[in-house]
Design a protein around this ligand. Structure first.
Ligand code: ADP
Length: 706
């Protein structure tokens, strides 16, 4: 609006000035013409007066000039140049020009003056001088100027009104665009669009503006995405445990992450601008040069192992990946180096190799055979010695695991099978496997072996791997068998006379009771108790021998617990009457077991409870029904208890706790071993809960039926 108004004003002013100037000059010309004509008329009228030298006539003629109020002076000179007549008559002659100059009209200051020769028939009679003011011009100019200003004002008003109207069509869309641009630049929201009004140039401009916004919006979201992506990448690089460096193509370091500083001990500031070869061990420099030239020729290089040297000169094993960095035009512009410190890993690998070698030597020296059963891949690998021991080819037992069991002596097969099954059950065995059994070789020769193993489980406690060793114990076993046979023979030989002794003692006891001989009764009762103790010990020795030979035989039946426990209770009571023995909740409960062996188990547990708890304390023999399938049987005492450490070894053969209290009690350390073995044959397991000084509870579960 201002511009339009300004331009209009300038144009109008210029026009008004031009017009006024033109008018001024044309007014002046016309005034000049008018005065010339008047001068000519007066001059020709005055010729007679001059010719006849009649001043009176001359004055009269000049006086006629009164009609024109703008004629201020008029004068007639005679031929000699003397003033002949003047107008107005009162005019001071001093004010007149002395001599009439040449003819012509001229503007002088605010007047127009001029000379007109008075001529009659080519005779010069004198000169008329005439002077007019320019009031006429001024008046006209004034009115013209007023009109011009009025017209300018009107024109400006019209311009203003017109520009107001135009503003709506031109400025409005532009202002709308400007407002939109402002919103966008302040709020950085490129989803805003300008409103389009009409299909003229401004409509096209709005369209173009909106299109540009769409483009910016797309680019902006791409930039945002790229920024987010690069922020993420930067965070990954910064937090990576690997050293990550970027280099130019000539391997000058341009940036590095925090882990680089930690690994190579140089700060990034020290590294940037220096060659990456600074970090690479001199022995590996050539290889790096070779790899980089391969990368440059477009080949991809896998990560490889090399060595770095740190600032303090430490040599590190690293796994290095060199990757090309390409521009958006896919030109190779640089390289990125990712180095993982594998010094510890390498060290452990070296240690593993060493350990493996040591182990191999030890296994070789100990003449151990080793096996590795991968339960996932279902492969069974044994070393040469293992194949020799089992008398089978690796391919045979690998393809058919059954064949391996067939090499086991048939009397041991089921037992070994059961132990393998329980080793594979983590909750049952903890994955340990330790068994002695016989192998029947092709030539029918027997070999005794001791197989020890460990099962590894996955997160779901599923067995995945079973590895272990097998040792040929034939010689040792044969000696043991001879010893066991000897014990068995002795035990057996002792059993018969002892039975006879016990029957005679019982006979004598009933006789003494009849006679009321207190001393004899007492002596014979003690003798019977000791004989019973011996019977039970002999029974254990016989069982031990049978277990060792793998010959323990069970005769399973449904055992009524209450009467069995009653018998044992009496037997125990006979052994010792200084403890309170309680029977709890066992009435009407049955279990599927070998009655005699179960009795042996319970006698062992009760006699231990008696042995290892103080006089007067209570021993509880109790039962707990576990659903319909199982019954838990426990023997609880208030005795010396067993440390956690000892609890783990308690069921080993000949194990006795090494403390003063135990040393005073007689025993061989075979009772609990027999208990655990007998229960193993019943597919059960003896467990113990104990606290030193508080007492122990031994318990196990048995099935209620077959
Ligand atoms: P022992 O003939 O020595 O009793 P066992 O095999 O029966 O042999 O027991 C092994 C060891 O376990 C015992 O020497 C004893 O130290 C410990 N022990 C067994 N039962 C108990 C118990 N009820 N209280 C404390 N210690 C026990």
């Amino acid at each position: 609006m201002s511009i339009i108004t300004l331009i209009s004003t300038v144009v109008l002013l210029l026009m008004a000035t031009a017009f006024t100037t033109f008018q001024y000059y044309s007014f002046r010309e016309s005034e000049k013409n008018k005065l010339s004509s008047l001068a000519l008329v007066i001059a020709s009228n005055s010729s007679a007066a001059l010719a006849f030298d009649s001043k009176e006539d001359a004055n009269e003629i000049l006086d006629a000039l009164k009609a024109d109020k703008h004629i201020v002076v008029a004068c007639l000179y005679n031929n000699q140049g003397e003033v002949f007549a003047v107008y107005p008559a009162t005019l001071n002659k001093e004010e007149l020009p002395q001599k009439p100059p040449k003819s012509g009209m001229d503007f002088k200051q605010a007047f127009l003056e001029g000379y007109q020769p008075v001529v009659q028939k080519n005779l010069h009679l004198g000169t008329l001088y005439i002077k007019s003011d320019l009031e006429n011009i001024y008046v006209q100019m004034k009115s013209n100027t007023i009109i011009a200003f009025f017209l300018i004002a009107v024109a400006l008003l019209i311009t203003y009104i017109l520009s107001k109207v135009l503003q709506k069509t031109i400025s409005h869309p532009i202002i709308a665009l400007e407002r939109t641009a402002k919103i966008i630049s302040e709020g950085k929201d490129y989803s805003v669009r300008a409103d389009k009004n009409g299909n003229d140039e401004l409509g096209s401009l709005t369209d173009a503006f909106n299109q540009m916004l769409s483009q910016i919006e797309i680019q902006n979201s791409e930039i945002k995405k790229a920024n987010e992506e690069s922020t993420k990448l930067a965070a990954i690089v910064a937090s990576s445990a690997d050293a990550i460096l970027s280099c130019s193509l000539d391997l000058i370091i341009t940036s590095c992450n925090a882990s680089t500083e930690r690994i190579v001990e140089f700060s990034c500031e020290e590294l940037i601008g220096r060659p990456a070869s600074l970090l690479i061990h001199p022995d590996h420099q050539n290889r790096i040069v070779e790899i980089i030239s391969q990368l440059k020729s477009g080949n991809n290089i896998d990560s490889f192992e090399t060595q770095f040297v740190t600032k303090t000169g430490k040599v590190l094993d690293v796994s290095l990946t060199i990757s090309p960095v390409n521009s958006s035009e896919n030109d190779l512009t640089g390289l990125s180096l990712t180095a993982r410190d594998i010094t510890l890993q390498k060290e452990s690998e070296r240690k593993i190799v060493e350990n493996e070698e040591q182990l191999r030597l030890a296994v070789e020296a100990a003449e151990l055979a080793t096996y590795d059963w991968d339960l996932k891949k279902e492969t069974l690998h044994g070393d040469k010695r293992f194949s020799e021991l089992v008398g089978l080819q690796q391919d045979d037992y690998n393809s058919d695991k059954g064949i391996f069991f067939k090499s086991i002596h048939e009397e041991d097969r089921e037992r070994v099978n059961q132990l393998v099954k329980s080793a594979l059950n983590k909750s049952f065995s903890g994955g340990t496997f330790d068994v002695e059994y016989r192998i029947v070789k092709e030539n029918k020769k027997l070999k005794w072996v001791r197989a020890k193993g460990k099962v590894f489980f996955d997160q779901d406690e599923k067995p995945v791997r079973f590895i272990g060793t097998v040792l040929d114990i034939t010689n040792k076993k044969q000696e043991e068998i001879r010893k066991n046979d000897f014990i068995a023979i002795i035990s057996h030989e002792l059993k018969t006379p002892l039975t006879t002794i016990r029957s005679y003692v019982q006979l004598l006891l009933s006789k003494a009771k009849k006679e009321g001989d207190a001393f004899t009764i007492n002596s014979l009762t003690r003798t019977e108790s000791q004989a019973k103790k011996m019977t039970s010990m002999i029974k254990d020795f016989l069982s031990l021998a049978r277990i060792e030979e793998g010959k323990l035989q069970l005769s399973m039946e449904a055992v009524d617990l209450a009467p069995l426990l009653e018998e044992i209770y009496h037997e125990a009571y006979l052994l010792n009457s200084q403890h309170v023995i309680e029977l709890k909740d066992c009435v009407d409960l049955k279990v599927w077991a070998d009655r005699d062996k179960l009795g042996q188990v319970l006698i062992n547990l009760i006699s231990n409870a008696i042995k290892y708890s103080p006089h007067g304390s209570t021993i509880t023999i109790g039962c707990e029904k576990q659903g319909d399938e199982k019954v838990k049987i426990y023997v609880k005492d208030e005795g010396i208890g067993i440390s956690q450490q000892d609890q783990e070894k308690l069921f080993n053969r000949f194990y006795r706790v090494d403390n003063e209290r135990v040393k005073t009690v007689s025993g061989f350390g075979i009772g609990l071993y027999i208990v655990s073995e007998i229960l193993l044959y019943h597919n059960s397991k003896i467990m113990v809960e104990s606290m030193e000084g508080k007492g122990s509870t031994f318990y196990f579960s048995l099935n209620t039926h077959a």
